[in-house]
Ligand binder design. Structure first.
Ligand SMILES: Nc1ncnc2c1ncn2[C@@H]1O[C@H](COP(=O)(O)OP(=O)(O)OP(=O)(O)O)[C@@H](O)[C@H]1O
Ligand SMILES: Nc1ncnc2c1ncn2[C@@H]1O[C@H](COP(=O)(O)OP(=O)(O)OP(=O)(O)O)[C@@H](O)[C@H]1O
Ligand SMILES: [Mg+2]
Ligand SMILES: [Mg+2]
Lengths: 157, 168, 168, 157
C-alpha cells in the first residue's frame, strides 16, 4: 500500500483546509521557512508521533497562529488516506481539541490503542520510527554510541 | 525476546553491506555491524564500521561529514528493510553531500521507491529532478500572519525524468 | 570583570540587530539580545530572539533550519566584531540555506572580507562564485592510502566575479 | 593583517609538504572526504587549538597515515605565514614530535605561553574561537541555552 494524500486543517503554518497528494516518489520543495518540515510534522502527527518530536511543548501550539498568540481556531486536524494493495481506502485522522487529541479511522472515533493497532497492521510502528528521518538528524544516526545502537535493535525486534 | 533480537540483528548485519555498496556504487565499500559481546549481543553495545570507497578500514569518527551521511543512510535503509513500513519520509538528508553523492543517493531512492513509497524534502535540484511529483510550498501573508500555500506538479506525464527540470 | 562583561554585552547587543537586518537584506528583520537578570546580567542567562523577515515575534525554537542558520550567523558576526581577529574560517555554513539566503550570506561575507579575511569551505557553486581565489582539493591514491592534493585558482585576474564560474 | 599562506607537512590526509596560499576571500572546494575540513583542522591546530576539537583523541593521530596504523613519519608540521598592515611577515609553526607539540615563531623555538601571547597581539584568541565555525556547528550556535550564552560573553570579555 501507499499514502495517497494528507489533508491538514489549521495545523502549524497551514491555515484552513489544504489537501496534499503524493505519488511513489515525491519531493517537497520551497524556500527556507515556507513550511516543508511542518508538512513532515503533520505526517508524523497523524501517525501518532509524540509532541516533543514535533518541535513544540504542548499539543495546542500545533494550531495555526498559536506561537504568536493568535490561534485561528481551537482545533486542528490532520487526515491521512492510505490505499492498500487491493485498492481499499482507509482514512486515519487525528484532531486536536484544546489540550487533547482525538483519533478517528474512517471518521469513526476510536481509542489511541485501537488506532495504534490498526497502524501496526500496515507495518507502521511509530515508536520505532524506522521510516522517518527528521531535519539535521541523519549524521547523528551514524554516530550513535554502541549501547544506543543495541537499544535501536531491541526496539525494532 | 533474545530470539527476536538475534533474528533482527543477523538480518540487518547481512543486508547492510549490500546496501552500502549499492549506495556508494562501489564494490570496494564495506559496512560491518558487530556485537561487542558475541555470546550475548543484547547485553553490550553494537559497533558499526564503514570502509569508504577507495579507503582502508578506519574508525567511524575519522569519516568526513559527507561520508558519515552515506554510512548513516545505509544503516537507516538496512534497519527499515527488516520491518518495512509502506512509506519513508526524509527531511534534507542531502545537506552534507557533494553532487556525485547526491546523484547516487537520489538514484538509490528512486529504485527503492518501486518497493516503498518515498517522500523527500530537499533544497537541491540535483536531488529532486528524478521524482514522480513535486509539492511546492511557498509562504503568503494572510491576515498579518505568514501561512503556507501549496502547489503540486505531476511529473509522470512528461516522457523523461530529465524533462522535469525544464517543466519547473 | 563585571565592567568588561557589560561593555562586551552592550556592544554585541546593539550591533546584532544591524547585522541581522543586513544579512537578511530586510529592515523588518529584528534581533534582540537580553539579560534574564538586568541588574546583574553575568549571573543569569542571556536570551536571544529573532524576528525572521515578514514574520512576527516568536520563540527561537519555532524557526526553521534555514532561519536558525541566518540567526546564528548574525550572532557569530556580532560577537566577532567586538574583538575582531584578522581572519575567519567557516566550514559548510550554507548546508541548510536555500539559494536566496545563500546569495545574501555570500554577498555579506564578500563585503565583510574587505575588513576581515574570509576562508570558507563549501560544496555549492552559488556560494563560492563571488570569491577572490579557489583552493581545490581532490583525493589521490598514493602507496595504498588516499592523500589530499591541492590546486589553486586566482580569480582576481578575471574582470568580473561572475566570470569566475566560466573559468572553473 | 591577514593569513598569507599555510604549509602542511604530513598532517592528516596531506602527505609530504604542501603549500596553500590564501587571498582576501578564499573558498576551499572539493568532493566529500577529499580533505577540506582537514585543512581547517590544520589552521586551527597551528593557532593552538586543542586536540579534541580536531576530531582526534591524541596528537600522534594527526600524522598522515596514523588512523590506518601506517604513519608515514614520526612528525607532522603546520606553518602559517601572517602578514601585518606594514607588510612584515611572521611565521607561526607547530610541530608534532611523538606525543608532544613544539611551537616556533620565525623558526625559533618558543614556549606555549609565549606563542599564545604573540597570537593575542594580533587579536587571535584561540580559547574564545570567535572566528572559527566548524562543520555542522552553525545551527547549534543559535540554539545554545541562555546560561551557555552568558558564558560565551564571559569568555570574550
Ligand atoms: N502553529 C504555527 N502557526 C503558524 N506558523 C507556525 C506555527 N508553527 C510553526 N510556524 C512557522 O513555520 C515556519 C517554519 O516552517 P518549517 O520549519 O516547516 O520550514 P522549512 O520549510 O522546513 O524551512 P527550512 O528549509 O529552513 O528547513 C516558522 O517560520 C514558524 O514560525
Ligand atoms: N591522519 C590521517 N591520515 C590519513 N587520512 C586521514 C587522516 N585523518 C583523517 N584522514 C582522512 O581524511 C578524510 C576526511 O577528510 P575531511 O573530513 O577533511 O573531508 P571533507 O573534504 O571535509 O569532506 P566533506 O565534504 O564530506 O565534509 C577521511 O576519509 C579520513 O579518513
Ligand atoms: Mg525544514
Ligand atoms: Mg568537511
Amino acid at each position: 500500500g501507499f499514502l495517497e494524500c494528507i489533508e491538514v486543517e489549521n495545523f502549524k503554518s497551514y491555515r484552513g483546509k489544504i489537501l496534499i497528494p503524493f505519488k511513489r516518489f515525491t519531493a517537497i520543495i520551497g524556500p527556507n521557512g515556507s513550511g516543508k518540515s511542518n508538512l513532515m510534522d503533520a505526517i508524523s502527527f497523524v501517525l501518532g508521533e509524540k509532541t516533543s518530536s514535533l518541535r513544540v511543548k504542548k499539543l495546542s501550539e500545533l494550531i495555526h497562529g498559536a506561537p504568536i498568540n493568535r490561534p485561528v481556531a481551537n482545533r486542528a486536524r490532520v487526515s491521512a488516506t492510505y490505499r492498500n494493495e487491493d485498492g481499499e481506502k482507509t482514512e486515519f485522522s487525528r484532531i486536536i481539541k484544546g489540550s487533547s487529541a482525538e483519533h478517528r479511522i474512517n471518521d469513526k472515533v476510536v481509542s489511541h490503542a485501537e488506532y495504534t493497532k490498526e497502524m501496526e497492521k500496515i507495518n507502521i510502528f511509530i515508536k520505532v520510527k524506522n521510516f522517518l528521518v527528521f531535519q539535521g538528524q541523519v549524521e547523528s544516526i551514524a554516530m550513535k554510541n554502541p549501547k544506543e545502537r543495541t537499544h535501536l535493535f531491541e526496539e525494532i525486534s | 525476546r533474545f530470539e527476536h533480537f538475534n533474528q533482527c540483528f543477523d538480518y540487518v548485519a547481512t543486508k547492510i553491506d549490500d546496501i552500502y555498496k549499492e549506495l556508494s556504487r562501489n564494490n570496494s565499500a564495506q559496512a560491518f555491524l558487530g556485537p561487542e559481546n558475541p555470546e550475548e549481543p543484547y547485553l553490550e553495545g553494537t559497533t558499526y564500521n564503514c570502509v569508504a570507497p577507495g579507503k582502508r578500514f578506519r574508525p567511524m569518527d575519522n569519516l568526513s561529514g559527507g561520508e558519515k551521511t552515506v554510512a548513516a543512510l545505509a544503516l537507516v535503509f538496512a534497519i527499515h528493510d527488516y520491518q518495512p513500513s509502506p512509506f519513508f519520509v526524509l527531511d534534507e538528508i542531502d545537506a552534507a553531500l557533494d553532487n556525485t553523492n547526491i546523484g547516487k543517493v537520489a538514484e538509490y531512492i528512486k529504485e527503492m521507491s518501486k518497493k516503498v513509497q518515498c517522500i523527500v524534502i530537499s533544497l537541491k535540484e540535483e536531488f529532486y529532478n528524478k521524482v514522480d511529483a513535486l509539492v511546492g510550498i511557498y509562504p503568503e501573508q494572510v491576515d498579518g500572519c505568514i501561512a503556507s500555500k501549496v502547489v503540486t506538479l505531476d511529473l509522470t506525464c512528461y516522457p523523461e525524468a530529465g524533462d522535469a527540470t525544464t517543466a519547473i
